[in-house]
Design a protein around this ligand. Structure first.
Ligand code: NAP
Length: 526
């Protein structure tokens, strides 16, 4: 087998494939392992799911022995953890770093994938697993003039390894998503002057990060297996501190609702998102949480005019990815920090000195682009993948992703993707979601072996039906009421399609488990 990508999925996939006796090689474009956590080393990068939950569950000794220093792990610690995992399971001997896969072509007569890399490797494999991540292809800078800028141009998704010292500098940050919201307070603490260019304001919850509470760690570890079982039987996979509430928002009194929001707000992080079950399906329920968060944001900002810019008012809470922050809104109360609304007057170009926005030129020593990713489809569509009959993968997905369960596409036998569009992916604890996909793929491969099958791929009819299911569920939610990367809106020209499966992990898992238990009736096996 060939695995592409040494992030959370790729490492575990390699481990499982080798355990099953398959000769496996993993190619990774970066010169270190870690995937997302290798590339995104910008200041303040941290996970907004608790470290005790955002970590592998497949090995009890590993989860017992590893000690996280803080409640929410920061990027360097996650990277250290992943390196520890690579060493602990002796994975490195089958990982080839600094090697970008350039093409994967299915050879129908030999029934193998022929894979080429930018280093000239040419290998063939029966199985190809694209563990290439959901947020791994940065959007290009969408303005002319990048080459003209005399200062330092930085991208959060490819941050210099040695770090950047902004002391005394005039800095511009473009974007106000999860990434920007984490790095802005830290850059502001160093810079002489900081200007943030905001197109759409975001809802952000206080992260509430701090050192790991030893008592909490001990209690969690004492019941780790049980916690993991609950996470796997939940919709979002984060349950340790506050289990998701099973009540509907409008079934409780206004006072109870308020108390629940306050409790979760104080707890910090994404647990707030699970306040009630129907926040993303019932507009009336959502209005209550939207109003609560709007009020909380307003309370943090001294200047009411500035507050009006920073408070999202034209889309429902949760329809764009919720952010978690440490002092983000408060940063704007400082005199050297300025917010520029680029919805009103868009950025026109990068100049020698800085950015031209509307008719004004802003002068900077450094500009940071935190403008996001061609999420969920970009990486696979940019690869030269050719399936049966030489069909290009990118052509197959040009009107939106086509696959079954976010795992396989018809016409591309034995090529698996992980946490692909059409799976809960980014709306479930990613590490556990990845583990689930790896385990599903392994069961599938073992089934094929047991039954003497050479190939597996979804039937086109099942694939079309799954797309309808994903779309139908999407329409029952409020996710379509915002412009977001969940819907492909952030990339000019990308088809507007609901990318993640929005029915929750529990229902999704049941469907995938049943598929396997029934011998893959929605797949064609040869
Ligand atoms: P993002 O959420 O897509 O945010 C990109 C920001 O750049 C948005 O504010 C966007 O505005 C703005 N932008 C994009 N193109 C622009 C343009 N041409 N002109 C002006 N503004 C532009 O990307 P991200 O912040 O990198 O986060 C991506 C995802 O990664 C997150 O949603 C989350 O899932 C994950 N992440 C997680 C964490 C964490 O665990 N704490 C941290 C970072 C990232 P619009 O909103 O108007 O498009």
């Amino acid at each position: 087998a060939i695995v592409v990508g040494a992030g959370f999925t790729g490492l575990y996939m390699l481990h499982r494939l080798r355990q099953a006796g398959l000769t496996t090689r993993l190619y990774e474009a970066g010169d270190g392992i870690g995937g997302t956590w290798y590339w995104n080393r910008y200041p303040g990068a941290a996970c907004d799911i608790e470290s005790l939950e955002y970590s592998y569950s497949f090995d009890e000794a590993l989860q017992q022995e590893w000690k996280w220093s803080s409640r929410f792990a920061r990027q360097p610690e996650i990277l250290e953890y992943m390196n520890h995992v690579a060493d602990r399971f002796d994975l490195r001997r089958d990982i080839q770093l600094d090697t970008r896969v350039t093409s994967a072509v299915f050879d129908e007569s030999a029934c193998v994938w022929r894979i080429a890399t930018h280093r000239g490797d040419a290998v063939s494999a029966r199985y190809c697993v694209m563990a290439t991540g959901c947020l791994s292809t940065p959007k290009p800078i969408e303005y002319p003039g990048a080459e003209r800028f005399r200062g330092r141009l930085l991208r959060t998704q490819a941050w210099p390894r040695e770090g950047v010292d902004f002391t005394g500098l005039r800095v511009g940050v473009v974007g106000t998503g999860s990434t920007a919201i984490q790095c802005i307070p830290i850059i502001a603490a160093q810079a002489r002057q900081l200007t943030v260019f905001q197109r759409t304001p975001n809802f952000s919850i206080p992260a509430g990060n701090g050192p790991m509470d030893p008592d909490y760690e001990r209690r969690t570890k004492a019941n780790y297996q049980a916690l993991r079982a609950i996470e796997r039987d939940s919709d979002v996979g984060i349950c340790a501190r506050l289990p998701p509430d099973t009540r509907r928002a409008m079934d409780v009194s206004a006072e109870e609702r308020e108390a629940e929001y306050e409790r979760r707000w104080a707890a910090g992080g994404l647990y707030f998102y699970c306040s009630f079950v129907d926040l993303m399906t019932d507009k009336q329920a959502n209005d209550t949480v939207t109003a609560f968060v709007q009020r909380k944001i307003r309370e943090k900002i001294k200047d009411p005019a500035l507050a009006e810019l920073l408070v999202p008012t034209d889309y429902p809470f949760g329809a764009k990815r919720i952010c978690a922050d440490t002092g983000y809104y408060e940063t704007f109360n400082q005199p050297h920090v300025r917010l520029v609304d680029v919805k009103r007057a868009p950025i026109r170009e990068i100049t020698e000195q800085g950015l031209r926005v509307g008719d004004e030129e802003h002068t900077f020593d450094a500009i940071v682009f935190a403008t996001g990713f061609d999420a969920m489809t970009g990486t696979l569509m940019n690869l030269d993948i050719r399936g049966r009959g030489g069909v290009q993968f990118a052509d197959c997905w040009q009107h939106g992703p086509r696959n079954l369960y976010g795992l396989m596409t018809a016409g591309f036998p034995n090529m698996f993707m992980t946490t692909g569009p059409g799976s809960p992916s980014v709306l479930y604890n990613m590490v556990l979601g990845n583990e689930y996909h790896v385990d599903w793929i392994m069961d599938c491969i073992e089934y094929l072996d047991r039954h003497g099958c050479r190939t597996i791929e979804p039937t086109p009819a099942a694939e079309a039906a799954w797309r309808r299911t994903v779309d139908d569920i999407g329409r029952q939610t409020l996710f379509g009421n915002a412009s977001s990367w969940y819907m492909g809106d952030n990339v000019p020209g990308k088809p507007r399609v609901v990318l993640p499966y929005l029915g929750g992990f529990r229902a999704y898992k049941k469907t995938c488990d049943e598929e396997a238990a029934r011998g893959y009736p929605n797949f064609a096996l040869t």
